[in-house]
Design a protein around this ligand. Structure first.
Ligand code: AKG
Ligand code: FE2
Length: 284
């Protein structure tokens, strides 16, 4: 856990964004005049995400603020750290991740439900997938509801050691589609690729299945076998890092390096309310 220095925390209060700001109209630029302490803190966070362990839990120290100020503060942090990009083709930049009674599109079925498992990377359906993903908490569930990160660098090491025959299908280009609208393009990504020395992962099994269905072709046996083994390793508790995000805390991670999911949760007295954002490095 990285606790923001007090002067960096205070700098997060320089810009307020109204609670009813449309989700696609949150400002994509960093607030101005926030000062060196916040810049230094964001440089540290970016370094941890890009060069070190690949993820970081940040405590803003602002849990005592009301929701509107807290959301503004985490947005000010995120825009200083990175350049936000939309999470859907409909442009939402700031998005609630909480159980909603309303029927959801397939492309947001996870964020509006209490489903578990379903490990994935974010933004596989977008023209621009995010480098960094953020989940900020307004409240945690009564019980459970940890976000679970699995480092694909480790997954590839383990696959290479124990089941290297399953790597080639994961390195082939696969079609991704949500199944929502035939007007949405089928996106093409290898599940595992490299950009320079960096591993890049794109994964959401259901979208790959939908992508094949939409193209009218069956998934071949080797791909299905490779995905079964990949999912089996992802489900290995030894490879999983569960993190509980409490009010005022922000989880940030390298979206190309980690697949993520969550553990089951119950919400009797306390609802699990998170806010999500996607960003690119460097900040604008
Ligand atoms: O609820 C979580 O912890 C993760 C949610 C998520 O991965 C998503 O909405 O894309
Ligand atoms: Fe996600």
């Amino acid at each position: 856990m990285y606790r923001l220095p007090e002067d960096a925390s205070a700098a997060l209060l320089t810009r307020e964004i109204p609670a009813d700001q449309p989700l696609d109209a949150w400002p994509t630029r960093a607030p101005s005049g926030t000062g060196e302490a916040l810049d230094a803190a964001c440089a540290h966070i970016a370094h941890e995400i890009r060069e070190n362990q690949g993820w970081l839990m940040v405590d803003t120290g602002l849990a005592g603020l009301g929701d509107e100020l807290l959301c503004s503060a985490v947005w000010n942090l995120f825009t200083t750290l990175s350049r936000p990009v939309p999470q859907y083709r409909t442009g939402e930049l700031f998005y609630p991740v909480e159980v909603s009674g309303a029927p959801a599109l397939a492309s947001s079925h996870y964020s509006s439900s209490n489903l578990t498992g379903g490990f994935h990377t974010d933004g596989t359906l977008l023209d621009v997938a995010p480098h960094v993903a953020m989940l900020a908490s307004l409240s945690a569930a009564d019980e459970g509801g940890e976000t679970v990160l699995v480092d694909a660098v480790r997954l590839v090491e383990v696959l290479t050691e124990r089941a290297p025959e399953h790597l080639p299908p994961l390195e082939e280009v696969q079609p991704f589609h949500s199944g929502d609208s035939a007007e949405d393009p089928v996106m093409l990504h290898p599940i595992l690729s490299r950009s320079g020395s960096r591993l890049e992962v794109h994964y959401l099994r259901r979208y790959i299945e939908q992508g094949h269905a939409l193209q009218g072709r069956a998934m071949d046996d080797k791909l299905v076998a490779a995905l079964d083994v990949w999912d089996e390793f992802i489900a290995d508790p030894l490879l999983q890092t569960p993190v509980l995000i409490d009010r005022g805390q922000v989880l940030l991670w390298d979206n190309f390096r980690f697949v993520h999911g969550r553990t089951p949760f119950t919400e009797h007295r306390s609802r699990r309310r998170l806010r999500r954002a996607y960003g690119l490095f460097p900040a604008a």
